[in-house]
Ligand binder design. Structure first.
Ligand code: ADP
Ligand code: MG
Length: 343
C-alpha cells in the first residue's frame, strides 16, 4: 500500500525546526548574545542555573524591543533584520531568519523584560510555543532587554537526557562567551553561575584585546602571544593574535571569526596546525585567534542551522594567506628570541 502524504501540523513543524537550532544551552546563549550585539548592546551579563539547563538569563543594555512587537516576538520567521532574500547576501547582523526566539520558546519557557529609550517603564512578557501568554505587564527595568529561559527541553525528554553534566554545559557556554569577549572586547561581558558567589568571567567595558584574553586565559598567557598584523589580500583582510613557540597547549585553541561571526572553520584549523607543525614538539598545540573580513557577497551565512559554519568563496586562498602570515610571524619571533630558524 502506498502511504498517503500529509502536511505536518504547525506545532510538529515548529518542534522539528527548534530541534535543529537549539541542541543545548550554549546554542540558546549564542543566539541570545548575538541578538544583544545586534541591538547595539555594550554590556552583556549572563547568569546560569544548573549549566543553563534549569535557567539561563541574559541581560543587555541594547535598544530594547518595541511594545507593539511583543505579540509576534517569538513567532516563527519574525525578524526586524531581513525583509527580502537578496538582503541575505549583504547581511550586517547576526540574525536574519527570525528563528531563535521562536525555537527557544518551543523547547523552553521564555520571559522577556524590555525597555526602549522612549518607554517610561519596562514590560515583562511570557511566551510558550511561540505565543505570548497574556498581556505584557509593567515592571521596573533599565533600557535594554533581559531574556530568561527556564526548563530547557522540559517537553523533549530525549534532548534533555542527551545533555551533559552541569559542568559540561557550563564549560561550553564559558568557552563561547570567552571567544565573543575577545572579539567584541569593546563591550563588557560577564558570566555567573547562580550557585556560585564569584563570577566566572568578567570583561570590563572598553577592554583591550589583551585584557579580554587575560580575563579568560590569564595574564601569563599574554607573554606567550604575538599579534598577527592586519593583512590585506585580494580575497579579504585578517588580523589576530597567535601563540609563540613558548606556548605548548595540550589541545589546539583556534578561534575564528568571519565577518564578526564565531564559526568553525576546519580548513583554516588545519592550515594553522600545518603552520606550527614543524615548530612545536609533537602533541603540543598553538592558541590562535583570527578575525577575517571578506566581502559580504563572498560568504554564505545560511548554510548551517546553528550558523556554526559559513561557506566562503575563497576559502583556500584565505587559509594559505593566514598560514603564510603565521609562518612569517613565527620566524620573526624565533629570530627575536634567538632560538634559531625553522627547518
Ligand atoms: P533574528 O535575530 O534572526 O531576527 P530572533 O528570533 O533571534 O531572530 O529575534 C527576533 C527579533 O527580536 C529580532 O529581529 C529583534 O528585532 C528582536 N530581538 C531579539 N532579541 C533582542 C534584544 N536582545 N534586543 C533587542 N531586540 C531583540
Ligand atoms: Mg537572532
Amino acid at each position: 500500500m502506498i502511504a498517503t502524504i500529509r502536511q505536518l501540523p504547525e506545532d510538529v513543524i515548529a518542534k522539528i525546526a527548534a530541534g535543529e537550532v537549539i541542541h543545548r544551552p550554549v546554542n540558546a546563549i549564542k543566539e541570545l548574545m548575538e541578538n544583544s550585539l545586534d541591538a547595539g548592546a555594550t554590556r552583556i551579563d549572563v547568569r546560569l542555573m544548573n549549566g543553563g539547563m534549569k535557567q539561563l538569563e541574559i541581560q543587555d543594555n541594547g535598544t530594547g524591543i518595541n511594545c507593539e512587537d511583543l505579540p509576534i516576538l517569538c513567532q516563527r520567521f519574525t525578524t526586524s533584520k531581513l525583509s527580502k532574500f537578496e538582503d541575505l547576501f549583504d547581511i550586517q547582523t547576526f540574525g536574519f531568519r527570525g528563528e531563535a526566539l521562536s525555537s527557544i520558546s518551543t523547547v523552553a519557557r521564555v520571559e522577556v523584560v524590555t525597555r526602549t529609550e522612549s518607554m517610561e517603564y519596562a514590560v515583562r512578557a511570557k511566551y510558550q510555543d511561540g505565543e505570548l501568554l497574556g498581556p505584557p505587564e509593567r515592571c521596573a527595568g533599565n533600557r535594554g532587554t533581559t531574556i530568561i529561559v527556564r526548563d530547557l527541553f522540559y517537553n523533549l525528554d530525549i534532548r534533555r537526557h542527551a545533555l551533559g553534566s552541569t559542568t559540561d554545559e557550563f564549560n561550553r557556554i564559558l568557552s563561547v562567551m570567552q571567544r565573543y569577549a575577545v572579539h567584541y572586547c569593546s563591550a563588557a561581558f560577564s558570566l555567573r553561575r547562580l550557585e556560585k558567589g564569584v563570577p566566572d568571567l568578567v570583561v570590563p567595558l572598553q577592554a583591550t584585546r589583551q585584557q579580554a584574553i587575560a580575563a579568560s586565559w590569564g595574564a601569563k598567557m599574554l607573554t606567550k602571544l604575538t599579534p598577527l598584523s592586519p593583512t590585506v589580500t585580494p580575497q579579504g583582510t585578517f588580523e589576530g593574535v597567535a601563540s609563540t613557540l613558548e606556548y605548548h597547549g595540550a589541545r589546539p585553541t583556534v578561534i575564528t571569526f568571519v565577518n564578526g561571526r564565531l564559526v568553525e572553520f576546519p580548513a583554516l584549523k588545519s592550515a594553522i596546525a600545518g603552520a606550527y607543525r614543524h615548530h612545536l614538539p609533537s602533541r603540543k598545540h598553538p592558541w590562535v585567534f583570527v578575525a577575517l573580513t571578506v566581502p559580504a557577497g563572498d560568504v554564505d551565512v545560511n548554510v548551517h542551522p546553528t550558523k556554526e559554519r559559513v561557506s566562503l568563496v575563497s576559502e583556500a586562498e584565505l587559509c594559505d594567506a593566514v598560514a603564510t602570515a603565521l609562518d612569517r610571524s613565527l620566524q620573526v619571533v624565533r629570530g627575536v628570541a634567538g632560538v634559531g630558524t625553522s627547518q
